[in-house]
Design a protein around this ligand. Structure first.
Ligand code: DGL
Length: 284
């Protein structure tokens, strides 16, 4: 039996200097990338947005697994030490398949950390999960929350149009207010009163202020970005695979289509200017 001790490399052959790979269907995962940069400023990161196939949220499970598998293989070819599936839809539908593919490298999804954040914010509470159709269909958040907190009440609601609003940069104003209001009305009909809202799609943190304004003041609004970053840090630390350098980490961006659009919309997600020349277009 091999006993792993704290800080002893879990996989001694994995180079701790390799970057962390982060994948999303588009630019939404940049909210997770930003949290990882804040938590682990010395790690190199490589991000792949599968913008050619966005949205994943309306696709069948078979298509989502196929797309996510290709994206993972692309990042694996670049040489990474850990994969973050920074897409709720791919995490809900394809995580087991991606773990098989990447084994023995660790793969971290965003649903479990999001469920942790929700249960911590409102133990025994009523949670409204705003997510894509595919994430809702799989009931991934419900399962993850109920496993952590059997007293929790969970309602999941598909909010597909919020992906388009975030992609368009229409995160506030009359149109955003009206669409968010409509989704919340539908989700809370028959008297459901959530005391927590989970932003169960990596695009939705951009609409946080609009959702905040539409929800009751006492409602906690959580997403998975910072809890996912904490899981990444803990996983690398426990495996002794944190990068041994005090030089700031680098970030490399890849997308499967639309470098200009990625740069424009991605700048909003990152809160920092991206140029189209910063984005490498790749084929999967
Ligand atoms: N990034 C996806 C998610 O977090 C939303 C966009 C899509 O449908 O591909 O679920």
């Amino acid at each position: 039996m091999t006993i792993l001790r704290h800080n002893e490399p879990m996989h001694p052959n994995i180079d701790s200097e390799l970057p962390v790979g982060i994948f999303d269907s588009g630019v939404g995962g940049l909210t997770v990338l930003q949290a990882i940069r804040d938590t682990l400023p010395f790690e190199d990161l490589v991000y792949l947005g599968d913008t050619a196939r966005l949205p994943y949220g309306t696709k069948s499970p078979a298509s989502i697994v196929r797309y996510a598998t290709r994206a993972t293989t692309k990042l694996q070819e670049q040489g990474i030490k850990l994969l973050v599936v920074a897409c709720n839809t791919a995490s809900a539908v394809a995580l087991d398949r991606l773990r098989d593919l990447m084994s023995p490298l660790p793969v971290i999804g965003v649903v479990e950390p999001g469920a942790d954040a929700a249960v911590r914010a409102r133990p025994g509470g009523s949670h409204l999960v705003m997510a894509t159709e595919a994430t809702v269909r799989l009931g991934a958040y419900r399962a993850a929350i109920e496993a952590r907190d059997p007293a929790a009440v969970v309602r999941e609601h598909p909010c597909e149009m919020l992906v388009s609003l975030a992609e368009e940069g229409w995160n506030s104003g009359a149109i955003a207010d009206s669409i968010v209001g409509r989704y919340l009305d539908d989700a809370t009909e028959s008297g459901f009163e959530p005391d927590g809202i989970i932003l169960g799609c990596t695009h939705f943190p951009l609409l946080r202020d609009t959702i905040r304004a539409a929800a009751a003041e006492s409602v906690a609004i959580v997403d998975s970005a910072s809890t996912t970053a904490a899981v990444v840090k803990n996983t690398l630390d426990m495996a002794g695979q944190l990068r041994q350098s005090d030089a700031p980490g680098t970030v490399r961006f890849m997308a499967t289509d639309g470098a200009s659009r990625f740069a424009r919309v991605g700048s909003q997600f990152l809160g920092a200017a991206l140029e189209y020349s910063d984005i490498e277009i790749v084929d999967l």
